[in-house]
Design a protein around this ligand. Structure first.
Ligand SMILES: Cc1cc2nc3c(=O)[nH]c(=O)nc-3n(C[C@H](O)[C@H](O)[C@H](O)COP(=O)(O)OP(=O)(O)OC[C@H]3O[C@@H](n4cnc5c(N)ncnc54)[C@H](O)[C@@H]3O)c2cc1C
Length: 481
């Protein structure tokens, strides 16, 4: 099957038997449920965009030449990276960068692991290597939407998984059968769970020696027996899109995944209880460089949007005449521009890795990974500081259509916009920085790629230091007595 349309995507979601729990009920059909339908429809628009803009989104499948999304590409040239980036950007623009887990996120990940399947084979997972390649082809050619779970529940972060609650909480392999492996336990968060066809588990962080039972990687359909998902509160607003332009469409949901003796068929197992192969899968396949390429392209889009919002707000109310507001606007632009520059630098500096896969130069990506969890919340703060109380002076669509309209037109106008335009702009901005969804999105930015504290320490650890030391030493040598 080639790339799917939105309608095909929705009918796939509606027809499966996933166990998705929300607020005490089992959701029968996410496409029809009031809290989920808006985001399902917005997801479908991503699929339709493939055919609306095929030059950006589609490439011929290497299997049969049929059109498939370009983010499935196993990149061999810098142009492959640039083309993949253009599609990531185009999808990100559809939600102002507020959806972190559009399918490209995992398309890039799965392509990365499949492109370097040799890493698994080298570490004794020959079958896993074949399986990840077959899985990549399946996801690509069937245009599947995937979610993933990497992190274990927060029982006690100060000890290893096996010491937490007697080793009974974090998901682990508990048996092997003729048909596959059996896993049991929970994983903390699966963003996009209601809107995915498949769940994939792979190494997000490295495991210590001896943790082999936890070192499993596999993929299964969302309605696999024994698998259930427990959703958080919904931040989707069932409202007029005028009032909540983002919350009516872009709540991706985050759900805890519970595996109750789930049997994973052998042909879906990539790593079967082997710490060495598990850790190598992440490090030697250069996943970090590829996933940050996706992540920073999305973040760049969001920062561009944030700058656009802040600039338009400041022009509307005339506050961009003040020096300190200009400084705040400039600060947002810095973040957007440094992100763009970091992406250009990583792509221009890309080189083929040991497996012949072109791999972005990850130095700027490692820096951005530590900085972005600080920059995006700061941008929200800056937009609030620029907009002030105006975010609270935003009558609803019903007010706009009601008897108060005459007053609204007079008392809500601004220097740069009539009342309706001003209200629309401020409502959009509030949904970006202040609504429940915006709060969740801020938490997402702080944590989804690991927290800034640990990622910045890691950056120090990974930083090549010889050149820097040599610079200092050349001065020290001239200071000898
Ligand atoms: C909105 C949202 C969506 C997410 N979606 C997904 C998803 O789809 N799939 C997925 O797999 N994960 C997802 N995550 C989880 C994400 O990967 C984790 O939040 C992240 O890895 C941090 O882990 P944690 O949340 O367990 O925080 P913790 O690791 O418990 O950290 C909490 C605090 O303790 C500190 N801390 C913890 N351990 C240490 C340590 N060893 N040394 C020093 N400090 C430490 C941290 O710095 C932090 O300040 C999502 C998270 C959020 C917030």
């Amino acid at each position: 099957m080639p790339a799917r349309t939105g309608e095909q995507f929705l009918s796939g979601l509606a027809s499966d038997n996933r166990k998705l729990w929300f607020d005490g009920e089992l959701v029968e059909d996410v496409t029809a449920h009031p809290q989920f339908a808006g985001a399902a429809k917005a997801m479908a628009e991503l699929f339709d965009a493939q055919y609306a803009d095929p030059d950006i989104h589609l490439m011929p499948s290497p299997a049969d030449g049929k059109p498939v999304h370009i983010t499935h590409i196993i990149p061999k040239t810098k142009d492959d990276l640039r083309n993949r980036q253009a599609a990531i950007r185009a999808w990100a623009e559809m939600s102002a960068g507020t959806r972190g887990r559009t399918p490209d996120y995992l398309n890039v990940t799965i392509a990365c692991f499949a492109g370097r399947a040799d890493v698994l084979a080298k570490h004794g997972q020959e079958e896993g290597a074949k399986n990840i390649q077959a899985y990549h082809a399946l996801v690509r050619d069937s245009d599947l939407s995937t979610t993933h779970v990497l992190v274990n529940p927060q029982v006690d972060r100060s000890v290893t998984e096996d010491k937490q609650a007697g080793g009974e909480v974090a998901m682990k392999k508990i048996a092997e059968t003729e048909h596959g492996i059996v896993v049991h336990g929970a994983k903390m968060l699966a963003t996009l769970a209601p809107y995915s066809d498949e769940l994939i588990v792979y190494p997000g962080y490295l495991l210590p020696e001896g943790a082999d039972n936890y070192a499993v990687s596999f993929a299964i359909p969302m309605d696999t027996p024994g698998l259930s998902f427990l959703c958080r509160d919904s931040y989707a607003r069932v409202a007029d899109p005028h009032d909540y332009p983002l919350s009516t469409k872009f709540d991706e949901q985050d759900a805890v995944a519970i595996f109750d003796n789930v049997e994973v068929p052998w042909d879906r197992v990539f790593v079967s209880g082997d710490v060495t192969a598990y850790n190598a899968m992440q490090i030697e396949a250069n996943w970090r460089a590829h996933i940050i390429h996706q992540a920073m392209t999305r973040a760049w889009t969001k920062l561009d949007f944030g700058f656009g919002l802040a600039h338009m707000i400041s022009e509307t109310t005339g506050v961009n005449t003040f020096g300190h507001v200009q400084e705040k606007l400039g600060e947002i632009w810095h973040y957007a521009e440094m992100t763009r520059s970091g992406i250009v630098s990583a792509v221009e500096g890309a080189k083929p890795d040991e497996g012949g896969i072109i791999t972005p130069d990850e130095r700027s990506f490692i820096a951005l990974r530590g900085l972005m969890p600080k920059w995006t919340p700061r941008v929200s703060e800056l937009i609030q500081l620029i907009g002030g109380g105006g975010f609270m002076a935003t009558p609803s669509a019903k007010d706009m259509r009601g008897p108060m309209r005459e007053y609204i037109d007079k008392y809500y106008q601004a220097k740069g916009a009539d009342a309706e335009e001003r209200i629309r702009l401020f409502r959009l901005a509030w949904d970006f920085v202040g609504s429940e969804l915006a709060g969740r999105n801020e938490l997402y930015e702080r944590f989804y790629l690991g927290d800034s504290f640990r990622m910045t320490s890691l950056a120090y650890e990974l930083a090549p230091k010889e050149k820097h030391e040599a610079l200092v030493k050349s001065f020290l040598s001239k200071m000898e007595l």
